[in-house]
Ligand binder design. Structure first.
Ligand SMILES: [Zn+2]
Ligand SMILES: [Zn+2]
Length: 260
């Protein structure tokens, strides 16, 4: 399998996953033009994509979906709730390319197992994904207010995981965001802070997760170094020194991770 976060953060999210003959884009939160450029930067022709999978309807995840689907005749997968709130022109995907899945039920794309799992986030019905093929499993899990035992169990044993470290709580509290926005981000259905991310990774390490990319970092309320320090502190506090941590770049491919 090959895995590449193409862009990550509140300005736009997209992750490319190649498994067997499937070439999957999870979210398309930048313009079709920019996502095409990002794919070309890693040597992927967008005409060879198999499908786009949507996590939720927030614009930083769906901005380019409609045009990409039209231009490259791509099926778009989302749950019925998410389809119901996508508004024109984002909703304007050709009927034959509208694919509806049931969250928390797996399905197969070109022989690759896809599991969309519900996550607590202030969208109508947000999901994360695991993608499994040839005995390997990768996960994409950002935009969630907290993790619970169910989510940890779904992500257990991931060979590579893109996981959210959105903000530093002190930076957020001291920053200029309006009170209601701060409250929303901090809530159990907002975004994961650095410390909670670290705690979750300690638990995931017990299940064999050793390779993690921190993603969806806030531009205003986080720094890559701060996220890294917080996560490393949590891991070191639990005596863990064998977890590889990378940080997803905001506007460019983070690198192509090969899972063999
Ligand atoms: Zn987002
Ligand atoms: Zn969101």
């Amino acid at each position: 399998m090959r895995f590449c976060p193409l862009c990550s953060g509140s300005s736009g999210n997209a992750t490319y996953i190649e498994a067997g003959s499937a070439r999957i884009l999870i979210d398309a939160g930048l313009s079709c033009k920019r996502i095409t450029e990002l794919l070309q930067m890693i040597g992927v022709d967008p005409r060879t994509l198999s499908a786009i999978l949507i996590t939720h309807e927030h614009i930083d995840h769906v901005r380019g979906v409609n045009i990409l689907s039209k231009k490259f005749d791509l099926p778009v997968y989302a749950n019925a709730d998410t389809w119901s709130v996508l508004k024109a022109p984002l909703r304007d995907v050709a009927p034959k390319n509208v694919c509806v899945f049931e969250s928390d039920r797996d399905f197969y794309l070109s022989g690759v197992r896809i599991l969309p799992f519900s996550v607590p986030h202030d969208a109508i019905h947000a999901v994360g994904y695991t993608v499994s093929s040839g005995g390997k499993k990768v996960g994409v899990c950002t935009d969630l207010g907290h993790v619970d035992a169910r989510i940890l169990s779904i992500l257990s044993g991931c060979d590579l995981l893109l996981f959210e470290a959105n903000h530093d709580v002190d930076m957020l509290m001291a920053g200029s965001y309006p009170y209601l926005l701060k409250k929303r981000i901090l809530s159990g259905s907002g975004h994961m802070n650095n410390d909670d991310c670290g705690k979750a990774l300690v638990k995931l390490h017990e299940t064999g997760v050793k390779n993690v990319i921190l993603g969806h970092l806030s531009q205003e309320n986080n720094y890559p170094a701060l996220a890294m320090v917080a996560v490393r502190a949590a891991l070191e506090g639990a005596g863990i020194d064998d977890m590889q941590i990378a940080i997803a770049a905001r506007e460019e491919p983070t690198g192509v991770f090969e899972i063999v």
